[in-house]
Design a protein around this ligand. Structure first.
Ligand SMILES: Cc1cc2nc3c(=O)[nH]c(=O)nc-3n(C[C@H](O)[C@H](O)[C@H](O)COP(=O)(O)OP(=O)(O)OC[C@H]3O[C@@H](n4cnc5c(N)ncnc54)[C@H](O)[C@@H]3O)c2cc1C
Length: 459
């Protein structure tokens, strides 16, 4: 909670400080249309950089920020804020060109061209502008046509080039920067606003470099993560046991996930998120991965001994969320992975737990033996729901703490399996469409939305 307040305070303080500099230079000049357009053009430029820096911050995986909001929620805000970038990106050059047209009397296009030839930094910024437009168009097409995630990811990284290209023109020709008072009289270009701008950029990119590069490198050095065993859990799920030095000091809370990059031929350029499907121990960390796309399909062939570069742990879906004694957990397919550790924590805390676990067939049930062992130790009942099995062909091989049903996880089935569902809090994990549907189902069954905890398997 404290970090959340700090983050909001930081945003408000930043808007206040940059608003103050803008107001002192541009905001007070409202005597004619040209000046109003100029002020708005500059404001849109400042806000554009603010939103871009916010985007970098949201995706910088800073632990202090992620531990409060969760990466999935930060990613959601990141997608939403992307729309503002488009609006401000177009508004900034259009408003400034309209303003200068009023001063010079030139046509719109010739005024725009004049900016490019008069200022080298503006020319660089225009290339940055083109990069941004490329990423925006690519992202829209990607979401509509379901293009390859990796190609989109690498194209998306060109925004960093755009940020670098656009940076110079802000402090070199930006009226609000040049109009602020110089810190030293003999260096007129170093104004208070320019200094502040450098500090803000240093903070944002410092966080990015620290959390995405330095910390994982440090973890790699400290633990030397190595894939030591790969075990088939089901026909299309593999568990990777990753060992290394001082594994017990790699601290995580059950339910969290890591972003992993395997240092092997063909794998270097991809980093993917996977939940830790184990309980903290001194020997290994484990990921259980389902073959769902190009990358995950190859996991079973990963050479033993492959080194791994690990970012994290991340995630807020842990047993710490739980506030009452009665819990319902619903997992779809590979969504069971974060639950493996959470359920042990909840069990140890003496909670009364029902787990509904949906799969296509009995053979697709991952981590079944471990769940059964936990059910023997703690107050856990497991209800398997198999969608690709006819009710009359169900062969019961159920353990003492398991039951089986066929079909989908419908409101009627939940009510039948867990009659006191309305008095429980719920943990959900599975594919995003299933989670959305389950959220509605559970609220319909009387579970308060605030008592439904989930983290989507999508960033
Ligand atoms: C917090 C979290 C925890 C997860 N835990 C598990 C787990 O324990 N076990 C498991 O099998 N799966 C897990 N996943 C899903 C797993 O990350 C994707 O299935 C995997 O990245 C798909 O990669 P692919 O190239 O094989 O498939 P693709 O077909 O290329 O991708 C399928 C979808 O996965 C997502 N995706 C792909 N690559 C990435 C990436 N590099 N970063 C983020 N998202 C990506 C995209 O939404 C994409 O549309 C988790 C996802 C998240 C967000």
């Amino acid at each position: 909670m404290r970090n959340k307040i700090w983050f909001y305070l930081l945003c408000v303080a930043h808007l206040g400080i940059s608003g103050y500099f803008w107001f002192n230079t541009s905001g007070t000049h409202t005597d004619n249309t040209a000046n109003v357009l100029l002020g708005l053009g500059r404001l849109s430029g400042l806000l554009l950089v603010d939103v871009i820096l916010l985007q970098v911050m949201l995706m910088g995986r800073a632990r202090w920020l992620e531990s409060v909001f969760g990466l999935d929620k930060l990613a959601k805000v990141h997608r939403f804020a992307g729309k503002w970038i488009t609006i401000l990106l177009l508004a900034h050059p259009i408003l400034l060109t309209l303003a200068y047209q009023n001063f010079t009397g030139a046509g719109f296009l010739s005024q725009l061209w004049d900016f490019q030839v008069s200022f080298e930094d503006v020319w660089h910024a225009s290339i940055g502008f083109a990069f941004f437009l490329f990423v925006i168009v690519y992202s829209i097409l990607m979401s509509r046509r379901k293009w390859d995630f990796e190609r989109w990811y690498w194209a998306h990284l060109s925004v960093y080039a755009a940020i670098i290209l656009a940076f110079g023109h802000q402090t070199a020709v930006g009226g609000d920067f040049l109009g602020s008072s110089p810190i030293f009289n003999n260096i007129p270009e170093l104004t208070w606003f320019t200094l502040y701008w450098y500090i803000v950029h240093a903070f944002v990119f410092g966080n990015l470099v620290w959390y995405r590069i330095c910390r994982p490198l440090w973890n790699y050095y400290l633990h030397g993560f190595t894939v030591s065993t790969i075990k088939n859990e089901t026909p299309d799920v593999w568990s990777l046991y990753i060992t290394g030095k001082n594994i017990s000091s790699f601290s995580y809370t059950p339910g969290q996930f890591v972003i992993i990059r395997f240092l092997a031929k063909g794998y270097y350029w991809q980093a993917h998120p996977f939940s830790l499907s184990c309980y903290p121990n001194t020997e290994y960390i484990r990921l259980s991965i389902k073959a769902s796309g190009d990358f995950t399909k190859t996991i079973g062939r990963l050479p033993i001994g492959t080194k791994a570069y690990i970012e994290g742990p991340y995630g807020t879906l842990t047993a710490k969320k739980s506030q009452t004694n009665k819990v319902l957990m619903i997992a779809g397919g590979i969504g069971i992975t974060p639950f493996r550790g959470i359920i042990e924590d909840l069990g140890k805390a003496g909670k009364d737990i029902h787990l509904i676990y949906g799969n296509k067939t009995e053979a697709d049930i991952a981590l079944r033996t471990e769940l059964e062992e936990l059910a023997q130790k703690y107050n856990i009942r497991i209800h398997h729901v198999l969608s690709n099995v006819e009710a009359n062909s169900l062969q019961l091989t159920a353990g003492s703490f398991e039951s089986f049903s066929t079909g989908f996880v419908t409101p009627e089935l939940i009510q039948q399996l867990v009659p006191d569902v309305a008095n429980r809090e719920a943990f959900l994990c599975g594919p995003p469409p299933m989670m959305d549907a389950l959220f509605k189902t559970l609220t319909g069954l009387g579970v308060p939305p605030k008592k439904i905890y989930f983290e989507k398997f999508a960033l």
